[in-house]
Design a protein around this ligand. Structure first.
Ligand code: NAG
Ligand code: NAG
Ligand code: NAG
Length: 462
């Protein structure tokens, strides 16, 4: 509207108005409009070029950005300045692996004398680490004499992005204390958790507290997730204490993380206490508690929690039903499981059953010995059955010595391309009912076709 108004009032020749219009369209991703107004401008300055280049950099490909960059001098005889380059970083970063353009822009900046600027260094460092050229990124980092917390975080973030957690951690330890800020701690802690290095994230958390940087909610969520992965109850308790002292224990997200941590550490009663004293519970809170009860083999508690959830007027979601079915499965509550599943498939709660729900139900039926019903259930589901659920069914056939069904299931598994595990199970089923010849013949076929089962193993950390 303002653009139309500007046209009507004869502002179409005004450099400032036109630049503002171009900038507006470019920032909103309306690139066609931006370029139309831009092309019609009688005169363009560096600011107008920067506006259009940064818009294309955000919403279009690198090729367009580079060609605009070249046009700037060619069409209007203008030299790009540092703002132009900064505007190009998003496209350079996104193009991933097109090191050539990144290198030549870098070279250009060295010639123009921009390369000592902290903003430039951080930006190009980021481009290199996004392009998986961490070696170049590190070179830029090492060559910066003035490093601020942004430079450090960019380099550490680059390592994390390239899954080089050791390097990230090592670099982090070298930051002078005054530069370690909460953002770099948080990104490092959550990076460690995501990359299955929960233990390191807890060390970082301790280091952070010692260095006087106060953890915030994000830090605590990361640390609690780490405790949950490691079942590290003592650390979990201390995080909980920290939350209480600093007033975070009233936050719903924190309470959900606490409940998850306590259930993983086997402290279902403490989890339940957290749940009971929560100020505001969301669906995740109810679901977490139901999963907790289910995994601890107290399925009845999970079911009665579901009733309370409905009384409290909270709508269940698909995860709620997975929690319920899984609770029934763990406690062998067949009738209750059947009821939950049928109310789910009737659409009583506006939730469509997913394959996980079907699998859990099949698992429940099979483990309880309702083999035919389980097989029927698998055949009726509107998805291609996955090999794991058939595997469970086949092991149930072994447990209950049902060879006929075992044959059928194994054929089905075979038709889905799974062979090895199915062979072993079927052969064990035959052995269980003392049909040694059949068992032997399967093992022979298996050897002949060159299939071999990878032996199972387990390990425990003491
Ligand atoms: C780039 O040039 C424009 C126009 O002269 C100016 O407004 C802007 O501040 C310059 N950017 C830098 C980083 O010098
Ligand atoms: C709880 O913490 C989360 C994560 O930081 C935040 O998004 C949310 O707004 C907080 N809730 C309250 C009630 O403060
Ligand atoms: C069902 O319960 C058994 C035994 O507790 C467990 O091993 C299995 O993973 C469960 N299945 C599902 C889909 O939760």
């Amino acid at each position: 509207m303002i653009h139309t108004h500007a046209k009507g009032s004869g502002f179409t020749d005004d450099l400032y108005v036109c630049t503002a219009v171009v900038d507006f369209y470019a920032k909103c991703g309306e690139l066609d409009m931006a370029i139309k107004v831009f092309d019609e401008m009688p005169k363009r300055d560096v600011v107008a070029w920067n506006a259009v280049i940064s818009g294309f950099s955000l919403y279009s490909g690198l090729a367009d950005v580079i060609s605009l960059f070249k046009d700037m001098r060619r069409r209007d005889g203008l030299s790009p300045n540092l703002s132009t380059i900064v505007g190009m970083f998003p496209a350079l970063g996104r193009s991933g692996g097109t090191l050539r353009e990144g290198r030549s822009v870098h070279g250009y900046c060295v010639r123009m004398g921009f390369s000592d600027d902290v903003v430039f260094k951080t930006g190009i460092l980021d481009v290199y680490s996004k392009s998986k050229c961490i070696v170049y990124a590190r070179r830029v980092f090492d060559s910066s004499c003035l490093k601020n917390e942004v430079t450090w975080s960019a380099m550490i973030g680059g390592y994390i992005e390239n899954e080089m957690m050791m390097e990230a951690g090592g670099l982090f330890l070298q930051i002078e204390i005054c530069l370690k800020d909460i953002v770099s701690y948080n990104s490092l802690i959550s990076g460690c958790v995501e990359n299955c290095r929960a233990e390191e994230s807890l060390h970082l958390f301790r280091d952070m507290k010692c260095s006087g940087v106060g953890p915030d909610i994000t830090t605590l969520l990361g640390a609690l997730t780490a405790c949950s992965h490691l079942a590290a109850l003592r650390h979990g308790f201390s995080c909980h204490g920290y939350c209480v002292v600093h007033g975070y224990a009233v936050n719903t997200t924190i309470c959900n993380a606490l409940m998850d941590m306590y259930t993983k550490c086997g402290k279902i009663d403490v989890a339940n206490r957290v749940f009971d004293t929560m100020h505001k519970r969301d669906t995740v809170s109810w679901n977490t508690m139901m999963f907790g009860f289910g995994n601890h083999g107290i399925g009845k508690e999970a079911l009665s929690l579901f009733d309370s959830m409905r009384d409290a007027g909270v709508s269940p979601d698909d995860v709620t039903f997975l929690a319920l079915l899984s609770a029934c499965n763990h406690s062998g509550l067949v009738d209750e499981g059947r009821q939950v599943f049928s109310s789910l498939s009737r659409g009583d709660f506006n939730v469509t059953p997913r394959i996980d729900h079907y699998n859990c139900m099949a698992d429940l039926l099979a483990r309880a010995g309702y083999l035919d019903e389980a097989y029927d259930h698998v055949n009726k589901m509107p998805f291609k059955p996955d090999v794991n659920v058939l595997g469970t069914l086949l092991s149930a056939c072994l447990t209950y010595k049902n060879v006929e069904l075992g044959d059928k299931v194994s054929t089905k598994m075979h038709s889905l391309g799974e062979t090895t595990g199915g062979f072993v199970l079927l052969s064990n089923t035959y052995s269980a009912v003392e049909r040694w010849e059949d068992a032997e013949s399967i093992r022979t076929t298996q050897k002949k076709t060159g299939l071999h089962k990878i032996p199972g193993y387990s390990w425990v950390d003491v």
